[in-house]
Design a protein around this ligand. Structure first.
Ligand code: NDP
Length: 450
């Protein structure tokens, strides 16, 4: 696999200190080995070299004034990775950990994820190291306006269509859209995840979590099983985690945990998701406060996590849904899950499992659903939002949900079939990477060297 070593060596030289990005590239390239052996023409066209280099990377300064009248400066990013299959599409993340490596890995993953949906979507990602926590509503609005005052010149409804991600929900999307509209004087569908009142789609907010649970169910159904009666460990307590929990309940499963950056909550009877929402809506409350209404639940503070691990994965569960952030499920955690009899890990977040964790899960012959397949319901529903906005229409919840289920089933089928085609039935990581890559690569070759 010299192309893999060569590519990584080149990236380390030309894009130094981007560890998350190298991790994502390594995972994809490793899976492509059987395809590239069978179809060496992809190497002849230098597809790998072209795919790991974003078409455009924008970094900009964001200056805004806080409530004390002091000037604050943040970094803004938009990586326009690939427009091969459609407008650049991918969310914006506002979190203090955001840097060029994280945005680039997310953009790279997004290209294959979007290809897997079967829709006409390119891939991109963006964000800022701005920390929304503890900021007033006016500060959030001023930051979003300052961010969009630069971003607007790079995006457009058929060019680049951002959405939300960590730290960017419908409130932030509303402020970003408002500023774009004011500057451009045009009601363009230039960002998704908007409220319905602002031209958004029903279910866009719920779609990533719902899609993730649908995907898990399709995966189990193929084994003549299903989610009914299964206990599920879920991490995170944000958009993806809570909507995954909602849908797991609807499909008959029992989600028994959630977590945030301060700690983990475990409740064997099933997490009371309404109570979690109440806690999360109070800016000063902690998941630990759940114990005051549910005395049988347990809380583990982040400082008491197992060494090199995360407490949430050390409980017993039939399935695990990492839905918080990258590299939150380590090799230590994967071993604990396998030993406790977990049958499947379904990635709701982007790259939440470390490479060693993934290898442990796959080696133990447990089902593994990579994020680019399992969490694609959000971006797919963003495309449904783009279609509604462009047609000035609003579809019913039933219509959007039925399309979401079809798309998730299509993603499962494409990943499953590609894995079978290359002699590794059940290896959805390999299948998803090959199916996504092949769709982009074939279109790139047809479009010539551009
Ligand atoms: P939210 O901001 O709504 O929630 C993120 C959750 O993860 C919060 O509970 C947060 O806790 C926790 N979290 C964040 N960083 C850390 C950390 N370093 N350690 C522990 N916990 C952490 O984000 P989303 O739910 O939208 O996104 C979650 C994941 O899903 C991300 O990987 C995102 O890229 C991915 N994703 C999201 C999509 C979407 O449509 N929103 C689509 C596809 C993927 P706290 O509040 O304490 O920080």
């Amino acid at each position: 696999m010299t192309y893999l070593q060569d590519t990584l060596a080149r990236l380390q030289q030309t894009s130094p200190a981007q560890t998350e990005f190298y991790q994502a590239v390594e995972e994809v390239l490793e899976s492509l080995e059987p395809l590239l052996e069978k179809k060496p023409h992809y190497l002849k066209h230098s597809i790998i070299e072209r795919m790991v280099e974003p078409e455009r990377q924008i970094m900009f300064r964001v200056c805004w004034v806080d409530d004390k009248g002091e000037v604050q400066v943040n970094k803004g990013y938009r990586v326009e990775f690939s427009s091969t299959l459609g407008p650049y599409k991918g969310g914006l993340r506002f979190h203090p950990s955001v840097n060029a490596s994280i945005i680039k890995f997310l953009g790279f993953e997004q290209v294959f994820k979007n290809a897997l949906t079967g829709l006409l979507l390119g891939g991109g990602k963006g964000g800022s190291n701005f920390n929304p926590k503890g900021k007033s509503d006016s500060e959030i609005m001023r930051f979003c306006q300052a961010f969009m005052s630069e971003l607007y010149r790079h995006i457009g409804p058929t060019t680049d269509v951002p959405a939300g991600d960590i730290g960017v929900g419908s409130r932030e999307v509303g402020y970003l859209f408002g500023q774009y509209k004011k500057i451009k004087n045009s009601y363009d569908g230039v960002i998704t995840g908007k409220s319905v009142a602002n031209g958004g789609s029903l279910l866009r907010n719920e779609a990533t979590g719902y899609g993730c649970a649908y995907f898990a169910n399709y995966m189990l159904e193929a084994q003549n099983s299903g989610l009914e009666g299964k206990t599920c460990l879920v991490s995170g307590a944000g958009n993806v985690a809570l909507h995954t929990i909602d849908k797991l309940y609807e499909l008959g499963a029992i989600p028994v945990s959630c977590s945030d950056s301060s700690g983990t909550l475990y409740h064997a009877d099933g997490i009371d998701v309404d109570q979690i929402r109440k806690i999360k809506s109070d800016g000063n409350a902690s998941l630990k406060d759940y114990l005051s209404t549910h005395s049988k639940a347990k809380y583990v503070a982040r400082d008491d996590n197992p060494k090199n691990g995360n407490a949430v994965w050390h409980y017993k569960g039939d399935l695990a849904f990492p839905c918080a952030t990258q590299n939150e499920l380590t090799e230590v955690d994967a071993r604990a899950l396998v030993e406790a009899g977990c049958v499947a890990v379904v990635e709701g977040a982007n790259m939440p499992c470390t490479r060693k964790a993934v290898n442990t899960i796959v080696k133990a012959e447990r089902l593994f659903a990579p994020g680019k397949a399992a969490n694609a319901g959000g971006v797919a529903t963003s495309q449904l939002e783009m279609a509604q906005h462009a047609g000035m229409q609003s579809w019913s919840e039933e219509k959007v949900d039925s399309k979401l289920q079809d798309i998730m089933h299509g993603i499962y089928t494409r990943s499953h079939q590609a894995a079978e085609e290359f002699g590794q039935p059940g290896n959805l990581l390999l299948g998803a990477n090959i199916a996504g890559f092949r769709r982009v690569a074939d279109a790139m070759i047809e479009q010539g060297v551009v």
